[in-house]
Design a protein around this ligand. Sequence first.
Ligand code: ADP
Ligand code: MN
Length: 515
Amino acid sequence: MDSVGVAAAAPDAGPGPAWQSKCPWGAPSTTSISCSLADVMSEQLAKELQLEEENAAFPEAVAAAEGPYITGENIDTSSDLMLAQMLQMEFDREYDAQLRREEKKINGDSKVSISFENYRKVHPYDSDSSEDEVDWQDTRHDPYRADKPTTTPRRGFIGKGKDITTKHDEVVCGRKNTARMENFAPEFQVGDGIGMDLKLSNQVFNALKQHAYSEERRSARLHEKKEHSTAEKAVDPKTRLLLYKMVNSGMLETITGCISTGKESVVFHAYGGNATEDKVIPAECAIKVFKTTLNEFKNRDKYIKDDYRFKDRFSKLNPRKIIRMWAEKEMHNLTRMQNAGIPCPQVVILKKHVLVMSFIGQDQVPAPKLKDVTLSSEDMKKAYYQILNMMQQLYRECNLVHADLSEYNMLWHDGKVWLIDVSQSVEPTHPHGLEFLFRDCRNVSQFFQKGGVAEALNERELFNAVSGLNITADNEVDFQAEIEALEKMNEDHVQNHGKKLSTFSSDGDPPIYDE
Ligand code: ADP
Ligand code: MN
């Protein structure tokens, strides 16, 4: 994919913090706040290096689910095309390996070597730079495409003396016409006449050719439509291939269906397959596929461009990689939460933009969101205190702010609340981390106050209880102003010292930071 737009815009970001001069938020509004996933994109990039480090710590989660691609089991017969493509991919790979062996044998230690490069089926630039995997849909070279048909030379005849044949020779012409049928689109049914000594008259051939072309155009139109609709659901052919691999490798038993289709992701339910030596697969899994449609990127790009921290780095990332970072981010955040004992899905595996985790729910039925479940007042109170506790743990132990916390991203299962959807979660010292926390607090407060929990703290009290800060402002406007002042202090610190404060403090104490 093209990242030119991003690269070109980079230098404009300038040396100063672009968000300070033209903050995309303006003053946070008290009513509808819609910044979520897209708004925190910058954080994703800020964490890129950290992610790389964490990758080293969680190698098993990013390891590929490699294995026998076709096991003979679980083969969905509706996906002949997919299977054929996978087989083709394997075949091409083996073919290339063989080619390399022959190349080596022929060249030996000789100083002058022959390259078989042009004969290879899988070309390095066809696949995703960093992977050893073949992206079949990127393979432009079709090894089965017939060469151009030989045509009769200009002068209109071949041969000499009595062997001379002209372009009007019926037999030669008929055979040639038959052979030319091979150049019709592959979907076009020409029967097995090509293998026979069949002679097609020019008239028949021309009629067929015309028909083949219009068929080709029709099927291209249909195909376009189909591609479009699948992209809408995030399950483009590449993603499907990834999912098939997971099933074919035995890691997943079956993918049963879609649980949720959102703007940025699609979630599927699956039954877990066989455990590997280092990993037990949960009986039921949720597969979160991050959408890779271009539309989403336009918003995200805009956001990244304005972040001065990435002017050098983001130009190197293509949109596909950025999307993978979101998936990675969710994985790392879930792992941190898991380690702190917060109820949340357990990460099973991450593969590109597809994250497999344990399923919260039972028998294919996902646990209800807090907004959809009616709890007794006792459970409601219990849920409130649990969430208060989890928010504190998240902040203090995981060093995270959920940043999209609401009754939509909390599930009620097994008599307790489970937190989900943490790809956008940020560290408290993110340039807008405290604002996100305040928004989270407002959502939680309002939900439980409306839900009749008399003990529920108001949003400002909750904010202080979670962050340990002691912001004393007794009204929303002043409170927010103080939050922003703290954020600014941190950003100034980054500017002057090249590093963040590790903790916020609001009491005029000297700032605490890591040495
Ligand atoms: P989005 O960014 O689309 O909101 P979420 O992570 O919130 O993505 O997932 C969307 C929905 O899918 C959730 O509201 C929930 O109903 C369901 N879901 C996601 N993860 C799981 C899971 N691990 N177990 C059960 N249901 C899940
Ligand atoms: Mn969600």
